[in-house]
Design a protein around this ligand. Structure first.
Ligand code: 13P
Length: 281
């Protein structure tokens, strides 16, 4: 069933868990993600970033993501990740996305606040959830240019949330998009301060390559949504490569199933951690 993203964030808050937000770029990724969520009986967020629309047009992806969510046996939110333009956010809302992110994290604070407020009032028309980002997450979704990490300032986070009335805040605590060259040192001290000063679900971008222990610690400090993109794209590619190099006769249908399986395996692994049930069993 298609649900508002804030519903899933509030459930995660109650369960002391996090919802996985899995980036998708084609039909196999959507199918692998939905099957993983259904097999794990766990809600997820299906998302796509504006920069990825060059490869995977919104006109094709949006109806597929919405339809997959509506037909699923578990709750699914559909989210526009790293929205860069109001036009794109408006289109996503028109397609029925239940959540949008405006990423103005590289703009001056007051401009970020002004633009984010516009999105908050736009999203009210469909009761969609709004995520925004403060500080600078490393790497750069879909680009060669890399950003230098700047941690979110907890006091600025408090002011930003109060001014904008967003539903979820993406934080920068040493995390980065893409594969980490070395294991990152996440600033849990900064996360703890942000969590104490803001009464809002927090979002961790750059989930690929973060260890299980770090995920658990982040969840204990208020992270309620965790974004995973690169690990799913890589797993799909590995499964496809494996099929094409190890087997002699190839056909599209088997290749398609292998790609979906690669995504499925990666998502199941992450859902197991994000559900954060280990201590209870
Ligand atoms: P990774 O590609 O590092 O998993 O990051 C995903 C992300 O944060 C998407 O916004």
């Amino acid at each position: 069933m298609l649900v508002p993203m804030k519903t899933l964030l509030h459930q995660a808050e109650k369960n002391n868990s996090a919802v996985g937000a899995f980036s998708v770029g084609n039909m196999e990724m959507v199918m692998g993600a939905i099957k993983a969520a259904e097999d794990m009986k766990t809600p997820i967020i299906l998302q796509i970033a504006e920069k990825r629309l060059k490869n995977s047009p919104l006109e094709l992806m949006a109806p597929m993501m919405i339809s997959a969510a509506k037909n699923s046996s578990v709750d699914i939110a559909v989210h526009l990740d790293h929205g860069l333009s109001i036009e794109c956010i408006r289109k996503a809302l028109d397609y029925g996305f239940t959540s949008v992110m405006l990423d103005c994290s590289l703009k001056p604070l007051e401009e970020n606040i002004k633009l984010t407020k516009e999105i908050v009032s736009l999203a009210k028309t469909t009761d969609a959830t709004v995520e925004a980002e403060l500080g600078v997450v490393g790497g750069n979704e879909g680009d060669t240019e890399k950003h230098i990490i700047t941690c979110t300032d907890p006091d600025v986070a408090k002011y930003f949330c109060y001014k904008t009335k967003i539903d979820a805040l993406a934080v920068a605590i040493g995390n980065a998009h893409g594969n980490y060259p070395v294991l990152p040192e996440l600033r849990f001290d900064v996360l703890e301060k942000i969590h104490k000063k803001t009464d809002i679900p927090l979002v961790l971008h750059g989930g690929t390559g973060i260890t299980d222990e770090m995920f658990r610690k982040a969840i204990s400090l208020g992270i309620r949504k965790i974004n995973i993109a690169t690990a799913s794209f890589d797993s799909l590619t590995e499964y496809a490569e494996d099929y094409l190099t190890k087997e002699n006769n190839h056909d599209y249908f088997t290749l398609s199933a292998k790609m979906a399986e690669g995504v499925y395996k990666n998502i199941v692994k992450h859902i197991e951690i994000f559900n954060n049930k280990e201590k209870l069993s």
